[in-house]
Design a protein around this ligand. Structure first.
Ligand code: AMP
Length: 302
């Protein structure tokens, strides 16, 4: 089943207690697409970069089977740039720099060949652009998943609330759930967010796993305890990519299958954090992923 993925394709500069990187490839859509590529081969990307974005980075996506016909390259402009610094517990982080650059006036053009998409992943970027994509698809996809972050709640809350009405699944972290709902208690926050539009909500809790919740049901996936946590950047996007990639692969959007998808997303995120940036996501195999999913199963079965 085909998957349309939008979001940032970016330069990231990351600082963790274990090291620091210069500008490396990052962005929500990058992590989503790489992660999903291990589950489905039909991934179409819509994003924008500047002239400064190396073609070798685009080739990394293509090598994983990601179609970049919908990736706009803006002459004379600079790519989105984000810089963040992690706290010593590796769960909290401060955003040091967000330079929108090409993202500021991004007009998402959807190639004709992308139109027949079954699964739509609205990765983290301007809520108005996320909404434009939903409007520009002639057929409503079978499933629309949206990911966002506090930055957009601060600068574009009304736009975000509008697009929430058009989606099926929202993924956000616990702090963002509190900010969006104005409720501290996570269950109350979830109820309030579910009344804003999405039928299903996933609250990501960093190393402590993820909660899948709808009006009737709830499922909790733990985080896999890891010895090496190098860089959590992109873990949320990698989770989302694994989640929707697994659903696209199986073609089943029932709550029970979403539980499996949450475990597959969590397994992918656990690989992501073990190395800087996208490094680990470039070198996985189906066998490694299956072994990790089995570790999750063992962790929660009693
Ligand atoms: P995550 O760690 O899953 O929250 O995602 C980190 C990725 O999100 C980085 O690769 C950044 O380039 C990207 N990012 C950071 N801030 C934003 C933003 N405001 N909008 C879209 N993407 C962002």
């Amino acid at each position: 089943m085909s998957l349309l993925s939008i979001g940032t394709v970016a330069f990231d500069a990351i600082e963790t207690p274990f090291g620091k990187t210069d500008k490396i490839i990052g962005g929500a859509a990058t992590f989503i697409s790489l992660s999903a590529s291990y589950f489905t081969k039909n991934i179409n990307l819509v994003a924008v970069v500047g002239e400064d974005f190396p073609t070798t980075y685009i080739a990394l996506l293509n090598a994983k089977g990601v179609n970049t016909d919908g990736l706009q390259i803006k002459k004379g402009e600079k790519s989105f740039f984000w810089s963040g610094k992690y706290h010593s517990d590796m769960n909290g982080r401060d955003t040091l720099i967000t330079e929108l650059n090409v993202l500021a006036d991004f007009d998402p053009i959807i190639p004709e060949s992308y139109q027949d998409c079954d699964y739509l992943m609205l990765g983290n970027l301007t809520p108005m652009v996320q909404e434009l994509v939903t409007q520009r698809l002639v057929k409503r996809p079978k499933l629309v998943v949206l990911d966002t972050m506090n930055f957009w709640m601060d600068v574009a809350l009304d736009d975000l609330k509008r697009v929430l009405k058009k989606i099926d699944v929202l993924t956000i972290n616990d702090e963002e759930a509190r900010q969006l709902s104005g409720e501290y208690n996570i269950l109350k926050a979830a109820r309030k967010i579910l009344s804003m539009g999405p039928r299903t909500l996933i609250i990501k809790k960093g190393e402590h796993g993820a909660l899948l919740i709808n009006d009737q049901d709830m499922f909790y996936a733990p985080g896999l305890p890891l010895e090496e946590v190098f860089d959590p950047t992109g873990a949320g996007d990698t989770f989302a990519g694994g989640f929707i990639g697994y659903l696209a692969h199986t073609g089943d959007i029932s709550f029970d299958n979403m539980k499996r998808a949450v475990i597959h997303g969590s397994a992918m995120a656990s690989f992501c954090v073990e190395k800087f940036g996208t490094e680990n996501l470039l070198n996985l195999t189906p066998e490694l992923i299956t072994t990790r999913v089995n570790k999750f199963a063992k962790l929660v079965t009693f």
